[in-house]
Ligand binder design. Structure first.
Ligand SMILES: Cc1ncc(COP(=O)(O)O)c(C=O)c1O
Length: 361
């Protein structure tokens, strides 16, 4: 009794982030063995990482030694991949950590963060943790950002505008000219390019032109390293220095470092997997479009959002889960009746479509 009083009052009602379900937690709850579960709920890469990563980690001899806290080698390698100077780059324990660090660096009590909803949940999660104020600007019916509305929402307290490109969970891109218009306001604009390798649209060429541009990337999706947690950000060098100062020491572990090194030696292999996913996305899209009780949204990413027209999205999620297919449903406004399917292998598409017909029929 009493210990709850010690918790910051604004966090007492904090709901946390609802992360994807881990198959092992379903053991005994559904009639499908964990290894047979089709996991298309977290936009992971069904083809896995580069075989070079598996081999290098099996041979690695220095798990007893801390990594380089300053990330010198890692930042250089990432700089080579992106084509900018390493001074711009900081790596994180997933790009989630960089979102969190950046918000912690810029957002104090009552500062405002502009979020173009519906969008990825971590921006609001970390803003609330820092006691910042979320200014939510709803996207239009096709999930495009209303640039005029965003601009008119800017105040003296605005610290960040988040632009997810392509957006998660809606899959659409924001045109370059719109991002430029936002950068012209002078407010820090964070362009989250977690799915860049699938969309191939990037704002990187503008890094030197705009001091208020920050770009986030990850190895979770295209490189199949979600479980090792490694992402990176491109910041103005001054901000990169501060991020390096406020991060927890050794935030990227040695396994992730080795994995990045090997992945970057095997980009052709990984991009061949990305191409398979892009091809499969188009096949999945066409198959989903034939199901009359789904409204399907086009995607430039590795997932597809669908509005469920004949039942509760949560009910569809639950029924699919009972059949061993994990998908994402949402409780954010505007997408409450939506599910998101990550693009899997062709056999995952076939199983999903078959099960959807069974449930819908
Ligand atoms: C838009 C977006 N940004 C960032 C992330 C987080 O990626 P990471 O695994 O690098 O933390 C995700 C993951 O789903 C995402 O969808």
């Amino acid at each position: 009794m009493g210990i709850e009083k010690l918790i910051r009052s604004e966090l007492l009602a904090f709901g946390g982030y609802s992360a994807a379900t881990s198959p092992e937690t379903l053991e005994g709850k559904i009639d499908v063995a964990a290894e047979d579960i089709i996991k298309i709920d977290a936009n992971e890469n069904p083809y896995g990482c580069s075989p070079r990563v598996q081999k290098a980690l099996a041979q690695y001899q220095q798990f007893n030694i801390y990594p380089d806290d300053g990330q010198e080698k890692l930042r250089k390698m990432l700089a080579g991949y992106v084509g900018v100077n390493a001074r711009h780059i900081v790596a994180g324990n997933g790009s989630n950590q960089l979102i969190d660090l950046l918000i912690r660096l810029l957002v104090a009590n009552g500062d405002e963060v502009i979020n173009c909803t519906p969008t990825f949940g971590i921006y609001s999660f970390s803003t609330k943790l820092c006691n910042g104020t979320l200014v939510e600007i709803p996207r239009d019916d096709d999930f495009n950002i209303d640039i005029a509305k965003v601009k008119s929402a800017i105040s003296k307290k605005t610290k960040i505008i988040f632009v997810t490109n392509p957006n998660n969970p809606t899959g659409n891109l924001t045109p370059e000219k719109d991002i430029i218009e936002l950068m012209e306001t002078g407010v820090p604009v964070v362009v989250d390019e977690a799915y860049y390798e699938f969309s191939r649209q990037t704002i990187v060429p503008f890094v030197h032109e705009y001091e208020n541009l920050i770009i986030l990337r990850t190895f979770s999706k295209w490189a199949g390293l979600a479980g090792l947690r490694v992402g990176y950000g491109l910041f103005p060098p001054l901000i990169a220095d501060y991020i390096l100062r406020i991060k927890i020491p050794y935030n990227v572990n040695v396994a992730a470092l080795v994995a990045v090194m090997e992945s970057l030696k095997d980009v052709d292999y990984l991009m061949a997997s990305v191409q398979k996913i892009i091809d499969e996305r188009e096949r999945l899209l066409a198959r989903l479009q034939k199901i009359e009780w789904l409204k399907v949204y086009p995607s430039q990413s590795n997932f597809i959002l669908c509005r469920v027209l004949n039942m509760d999205a949560k009910e569809l999620h639950n029924q699919l889960q009972m059949q061993g297919i994990l998908v994402r449903y949402f409780d954010q406004s505007r997408i409450k009746d939506c599910v998101r399917f990550s693009v899997g292998k062709p056999e995952h598409t076939d199983a999903l479509i078959k099960t959807l017909h069974k449930i819908g029929g």
